[in-house]
Design a protein around this ligand. Structure first.
Ligand code: MN3
Length: 252
């Protein structure tokens, strides 16, 4: 969710251009049944909590616009087709629950349920560079699990750099409730029953070329380093608290 300060930071013009308003931002998560009640991610795309150019220079405006309106919108719409065709009752099944059973469904469901969830988590964990962060529980948990923020950064960057081809790097809570860094191929994520290493994701970095190629070309490492300037730790902390409370965690 967008906090009040971030919301006010958007100009009225930008808000209009993006088709968002205070009501839309605060209500969207409550209209999707179970998913929202558990702090989960809705089946439809939420408005971006910032303008396309706000993440510049870490992520340029054209990349953001194409990524959100074309790539991510495509996953959301194909997820809608797949849930309809395969009889998933989205009013009673959260997206997170669906992901934990995704092996029962088609490849189309796997790719698009993953693609939609991953991007919706990704957008919310980004913010304008220099926005500042409160240190929540996640700060303590990072120190307990990795020793320091620098060590988390090393592990995460390594996972993101070495993921061959397209995929994601993740910070996740494992079933022992410890933080762990992993990566997944394509649009998979660690909630999925078919994932090699499982856990509840709290922060992901998209390392598909569509996420960085316009600005960084082949320099994936530069994109990964720049990501650390735009992390919304308040949101990562909120995701961490959601993960710890989730009924799904013990079964992963
Ligand atoms: Mn992407």
């Amino acid at each position: 969710m967008v906090n009040r300060r971030q919301f006010i930071g958007l100009s009225a013009k930008t808000s209009l251009a993006l088709g968002i308003g205070m009501y839309g931002l605060s209500s969207c998560a409550q209209e999707n049944g179970k998913s929202a009640q558990s702090g989960g991610i809705p089946y439809t795309q939420r408005p971006l909590p910032y303008g396309y150019s706000d993440l510049d220079p870490a992520i340029d405006a054209m990349t953001m616009e194409i990524h959100y309106t074309k790539h991510a919108a495509g996953y959301a719409s194909k997820l809608g087709e797949a849930t309809k065709a395969e009889g998933v009752d989205i009013a009673t099944t959260s997206l997170e629950q669906l992901l934990t059973n995704v092996g029962k469904y088609t490849e189309k469901m796997r790719n698009n349920a993953g693609g939609h969830f991953n991007h919706e988590m990704f957008w919310q964990t980004l913010q304008k560079p220099g926005s500042g962060n409160d240190s929540g529980k996640i700060g303590t948990a990072v120190n307990e699990s990795f020793g320091s923020m620098d060590e988390l950064k090393n592990k995460f960057n390594e996972a993101a750099k070495t993921r061959f081809g397209s995929g994601w790097a993740w910070l996740m809570v494992n079933k022992d409730k410890k933080l762990e860094v992993i990566s997944t191929p394509n649009q998979d994520n660690p909630l999925m029953d078919i994932a090699e290493q499982r856990g509840y994701p709290v922060m992901g970095l998209d390392v598909w070329e569509h996420a960085y190629y316009l600005h960084y070309q082949n320099k994936r490492a530069d994109y990964i380093n720049a990501f650390w300037d735009i992390i919304n730790w308040n949101q990562v902390n909120a995701n961490y608290e959601t993960a710890l409370k989730s009924d799904l965690l013990a079964g992963l």
